[in-house]
Design a protein around this ligand. Structure first.
Ligand code: EPZ
Length: 437
């Protein structure tokens, strides 16, 4: 017999109060590996205390860097004596973004090897990193990839003009990290502009890199010969912020998210006002209130500053409950509506056709058993549970633990009836754990 965790929510309670937002997961997943670019010591704080960051700590230690966890949110990384350039599968088994080690190790040492990233749940087929590899080749690297490993190496990296087919966040960050030591100037055209791209560039500049234009379509990197250490504070998490803002809306509550950057939330704030929420912005906080019935609105995800794809499951869940029909169009990934099957188990009426989901609205979620199909889909299940009339039990919550620090505790502090329970389970014939009833 084994133990399996579930999140159990008795919904229907409006959330009230203030919630402190942690550091950005997707900035941390880039900045922690980027610290290996420094021939010195880096102190990075405001890191979220989540599984993915813990895995990164083990991965950089496996390379010979010295990594001291000063406190739950602060890592001290000394990358002066790195002895290995290959990351083992066991070190990054659960991190999709292990590919960032390619760019930073190629940039500093001229060689790197990482396990081929796991399948991408959000697209049909393998996780694509062709833009990353094309960028490395443009800088003079040779690349190798099979179903097990990805290897890059170069005797010397020379600055190049690189144009991305689409503004990929990962490719922008990875090529930027590879180019910091390249001889001459590298330009990345059609670059991603997400807040965590800018945060990574700011961090690298703190270490001595020369990067200009991060946050615009064109980033220019002038190669340097030495980068020492430095201290840095990671930006607040745009997606965690948005998840709690939507939680206020879907429960009809009044919640203030604190320690945030309101500018990063503009597309969501506008959408929540559009459906009828009152959204008040302070210097480092946003208050979301519901003062009457909410109405439908259409959403189209896009690259920053468009509506973030990582808030698509959450806003779609809200739109199931408002008055009227809404259409949500997903332009970034081609398979990011799998979670709607789980919402339908709670009574949602959603029709998905390719990259568009149409919600019928006016749905009151019932109780039931659902599972988190991925990280942001898991957040959507929590939101549905918070709004449901009845008890919602969520399985596969390891996805949630990868990206949301202490979310049960934070939601409980806002008035939610949410618990994590361990249940007895037995593996079935297919090896899948099944709860013992
Ligand atoms: C980052 O993924 C985020 N992950 C994702 O967040 C986020 O959804 C995504 O950016 C878009 O904002 C991290 O930062 C760790 P992309 P990334 O490269 O870099 C295609 C979460 O929940 N593409 O911008 O992988 C790709 O297939 C996660 O926190 C190529 O075709 O995203 C996708 O369709 C989920 N070839 C699109 O571009 C490439 O070489 C966007 O991908 C690279 C990407």
């Amino acid at each position: 017999m084994e133990q399996e965790a579930r999140i159990v929510i008795n919904g229907g309670k409006p959330l009230f109060g203030k919630v402190h937002i942690n550091g950005a997961k997707n900035a941390a997943l880039a900045i922690v590996p980027a610290a290996l670019a420094a021939n010195g010591v880096c102190v990075i704080d405001n890191l979220p205390d989540i599984e993915d960051v813990n895995s990164l700590r083990k991965a950089i230690t496996s390379l010979g860097a010295v990594c001291v966890q000063r406190d739950a949110a602060t890592l001290e990384i000394d990358a002066r004596n790195i002895t290995r350039y290959a990351i083992g599968k066991e070190a990054v088994a659960h991190i999709r973004a292990s590919y960032y080690f390619l760019g930073v190790l190629l940039g500093r040492f001229g060689k790197a090897e990482v396990p081929t990233p796991g399948g991408c749940d959000l697209n049909v087929g393998p996780r694509m990193i062709d833009y990353h590899m094309r960028g490395f080749k443009a800088l003079g690297a040779t690349t190798y990839q099979d179903e097990h490993v990805i290897r890059v190496e170069a005797d010397k990296l020379i600055g190049a003009d690189i144009h991305l087919d689409s503004p990929s966040v990962g490719a922008t960050i990875n090529i930027m990290m590879a180019a910091v030591y390249a001889e001459g100037v590298t330009t990345i055209d059609n670059a991603a502009k997400e807040p965590h791209v800018v945060d990574t560039a700011n961090f690298l500049n703190r270490l001595g890199a020369k990067i200009k234009g991060a946050g615009t379509d064109t980033i220019r990197i002038t190669g340097v010969t030495e980068m020492t250490g430095g201290d840095y504070t990671v930006i607040p998490d745009q997606i965690e912020t948005g998840t709690y803002m939507i939680a206020a809306a879907i429960t009809g509550g009044d919640v203030t998210v604190e320690n945030i950057i309101p500018k990063h939330m503009e597309s969501l704030s506008a959408k929540l006002r559009d459906v009828g929420c009152t959204v008040d912005e302070g210097l480092e906080n946003i208050r979301v209130r519901v003062q009457g019935p909410l109405k439908s609105s259409n959403v189209r995800t896009g690259v920053y500053p468009g509506f973030p794809t990582d808030l698509q499951p959450q806003i779609t869940t809200l739109l199931c409950t408002v008055q009227g029909k809404s259409t949500v169009t997903e332009t970034i990934f081609d398979n990011r509506f799998l979670y709607t099957h789980e919402l339908q188990k709670l009574g949602a009426k959603i029709n998905v056709n390719g990259r568009a989901a149409k919600t019928c609205g006016s749905c009151t979620f019932t109780g039931g058993e659902v599972r988190a199909v991925d990280l942001r889909a898991g957040a959507a299940m929590v939101l549905a549970g918070l709004a449901a009339q009845g008890e919602v039990r969520i399985a596969n919550i390891h996805h949630l633990e990868r990206g949301y620090e202490r979310f049960e505790e934070k939601f409980r502090a806002l008035g939610a009836d949410i618990q994590r329970v361990e249940i007895n389970a037995m593996p079935g014939a297919d090896g899948e754990l099944r709860p013992l009833v």
